[in-house]
Design a protein around this ligand. Structure first.
Ligand code: ADP
Ligand code: MG
Length: 679
């Protein structure tokens, strides 16, 4: 037991330390929780003659020949034998010192899979060790650690062995709690996982459902929960403007709308309204499926800030979306006497100067793109920062918007639903409001899957649809590898459709258009002057044209599920029967087939996201958050959902009843990484 605490440094050469740092090992504590990927049984020697093909075994042999061959490629061939027979060891890459170790007469133990080669038994790239006569066999299974180039498993084994013997393995879970959770002790669990005794069932170990594994996974999840919960509580210590409505602006906005709020919208507004009136900054995520009506909730929140005498900012990820919000909110709020400003990168110098001056003075609501967070953009009195499609922004950008005021409240919105287990772990530092109800009168969207050899039928369908007075989107195939190709495809699709449908007014919008060109096309489409809008995924988020009730997506198999769901959500917004046609090109890979099946069978965004998570794993969801939230290495969100539930409760309890154990636990698992999260 050391006295230097959980994050005692590792004692090793600089070169070794550098390699360890590469895989995130900075302290003794890091080593202790660097757990084996798998184990190999080197406690036994198998005679060469009795090894079976395909089974990993250890042989002990004496080298009697070693040569470098150059055909068919450079390789080292080592011939060796024990009493029972001969074996060839083959290496395609090797260092001179390895060649020296494998010189004639050397006694070695080699571990690997035996296969039958042309010249009898053979091992390709076995792990091997030169040994002396009568060297005893290890009495434990050999752990195989995750590593990096040039860092030998044996080196890690040695360092971790030292850490196990001398490092800090003290318990951070109070005994009563540990018994209640039926978890084994930490020291015992770590010893067991690093050095399982011979005879341990390798299958349970590898499946990671041994109690020792559960303990470690629990500790990992607990660290994550503690860290998020602490960040959440720390935020409550900061002051924020108390935004209490001082007039009836919100009520007047509601009165002016042609619709009433849904129950879900009213509940969301009540929660947000209460948060804004607190003296610490709100950090709330408003989740609602595509079309759930998040914009009006954001507008009402802005009204509360404005009516309390503060400014609200509303940031959206694309020019098209930001402008749509601007036009809509201006339309709603200017008649009520609210000064609405607009800032985007495409504004001309003079207009921009005017808007900046307004923001620094009397403007009450400012809507814009990333332009809002540039240097030189100043708010007079920012009290509420609203971020639409928050998953499109990085942490740094959201932080930059907050920094434009002093601790303003923050409302984030997203139509990408986060599955429950993910919300409980990676998003545990946010308050979440869910709009679980769509506005009434929505027509369900009919989804059809059509093979691309029936494209003509689809064109005919579009024609009929337009003749009935409706409009349509036609989304071009996604070409992720090349923007130039993507552009070319959009252009080609536009020309092809113009030729196929000469009587129709076809428009084209893509990412490379100048902002004002884009706006002109979108405005023409919204005004019904364009029948069919050919588009790249620039229309993916937020665009709202109720008369457009047909969505065609070409090469649907190339899109991700949430993208398809977002795109499909562009229709079904008016009173007309809506449909979505997914054109696919075969042959379909297994994942693509599954995705199309899911989108065909489901319309509920949450269900789609849940199935998506199962299909892809949490990596991409979490990646989208781009944050410093500690990633889980061992626990699996689906398989270990019960551990996450437990850890959430325990985190709360530990922070209040055992703050020093909580601190120690965080140190052990996150160490210096904790700093990242505080920003
Ligand atoms: P999203 O949640 O996808 O951002 P929007 O805020 O764009 O959804 O709303 C989608 C459409 O539904 C808009 O045309 C909006 O005016 C309309 N809408 C919002 N709330 C209601 C409601 N309570 N009743 C009827 N229509 C509504
Ligand atoms: Mg929206």
């Amino acid at each position: 037991m050391t006295t230097s605490g959980a994050s005692a440094p590792i004692r090793a050469s600089d070169a070794l330390l550098k390699k360890l740092a590469k895989i995130g090992l900075h302290s003794e504590a890091d080593l202790l929780v660097h757990l084996p990927l798998r184990y190999e049984d080197e406690t036994q020697i198998t005679p060469v003659a009795r090894s079976f093909a395909g089974e990993p075994v250890q042989v002990e042999v004496v080298v009697h020949g070693n040569e470098i061959q150059f055909r068919p490629r450079r390789q080292m061939i080592v011939r060796a034998a024990d009493d029972s027979g001969e074996i060839t060891l083959r290496f395609f890459s090797f260092y001179p010192n390895q060649q020296a170790m494998l010189s004639e007469g050397s006694r070695i133990r080699a571990f690997g899979e035996v296969r039958g080669g042309f010249f009898g038994a053979e091992m390709v790239h076995p792990r091997f060790r030169k040994i002396g006569d009568d060297e005893p066999l290890p009495s434990e299974l050999t752990p195989v650690y995750p590593t990096t180039a040039g860092l030998a498993n044996s080196a890690l084994q040695k360092l971790i062995g030292k850490a196990l013997a001398a490092g800090d393995l003290s318990e951070t879970l109070p005994d009563d709690l540990r018994h209640r959770l039926k978890l084994p002790g930490l020291a015992r669990s770590l010893h067991f996982l690093h050095r399982p005794p011979p005879g341990t069932d390798l299958d349970t170990l590898h499946a990671r459902n041994h109690p020792a594994w559960r303990r470690v996974k629990f500790d990992e999840v607990l660290a994550q929960q503690l860290s998020l919960r602490r960040a959440y509580l720390a935020r409550r210590e900061q002051g924020a403007p108390v935004l209490r409505a001082r007039d009836d602006l919100g009520a007047r906005l509601l009165d002016s709308l042609p619709f009433g709020l849904t129950g879900a919208q009213a509940r969301a507004m009540a929660e947000i309204g209460a948060d804004l009136a607190q003296a610490y900054p709100m950090q709330r995520l408003l989740q609602g499926d595509v079309g759930a009506g998040k914009t009006i909730v954001a507008a009402l929140a802005a009204c509360q800030a404005i009516s309390a005498g503060w400014q609200a900012a509303f940031m959206a990820p694309t020019e098209i979306l930001a402008e749509q919000h601007y036009l809509k909110l201006k339309d709603w709020l200017e008649p009520l006497g609210v000064h609405v400003a607009w800032l985007s990168g495409s504004l001309k110098t003079k207009a921009k100067r005017e808007q900046l001056a307004a923001m620094a003075a009397e403007a009450q609501l400012v809507i814009g793109t990333h332009a809002l967070i540039q240097d030189g953009v100043d708010f007079a009195k920012l009290g509420l920062a609203i971020v639409d499609e928050q998953h499109r922004f990085g942490v740094a950008q959201r932080l930059a918007l907050r920094k434009k005021g002093s601790n303003p409240h923050q409302l984030m919105m997203s139509a990408t639903p986060i599955p429950r287990t993910l919300a409980m772990s990676y998003y545990a530092d946010l308050d979440v409001t869910v709009l679980d109800e769509l506005p009434p009168g929505r027509t369900p969207i009919k989804t059809r899957l059509v093979a691309d050899n029936r494209r003509e039928d689809v064109v005919g369908f579009v024609k009929k649809h337009v003749e009935e007075g409706r409009q349509a989107y036609w989304v071009c195939p996604l070409i992720e590898e090349s923007e130039a190709l993507q552009l070319q495809t959009a252009q080609d699709t536009y020309e092809q459709l113009s030729a196929d449908l000469p009587a129709l007014r076809i428009g084209l919008v893509h990412g490379r258009l100048k902002a004002d060109e884009k706006q002109a096309v979108m405005a023409a489409f919204a005004a019904g002057e364009i029948d069919v809008l050919v588009a790249t995924t620039v229309i993916e988020v937020g665009v709202d044209v109720p008369n457009a009730s047909l969505m065609v997506i070409e090469h649907a198999e190339r899109f991700g599920l949430s993208q398809l769901h977002q795109l499909r959500g562009r229709v079904g917004r008016g009173q007309y029967e809506s449909s979505c046609v997914l054109i696919y090109a075969g042959p379909l890979g297994e994942i693509a087939r599954q995705r199309l099946k899911i989108i065909f069978e489901n319309t509920d965004g949450f269900e789609i996201a849940r199935q998506d998570l199962q299909l892809r794993g949490p990596g991409e969801f979490v990646g989208a958050r781009q944050s410093g939230v500690p990633l889980l290495r061992y626990a699996d969100l689906e398989m270990d959902a019960d551990l996450i539930d437990m850890a959430r409760e325990v985190a709360e309890e530990m922070l209040t009843a055992h703050p020093d154990l909580a601190e120690k636990h965080l140190q052990r698992w996150l160490g210096s990484r904790e700093e990242l999260l505080k920003s």
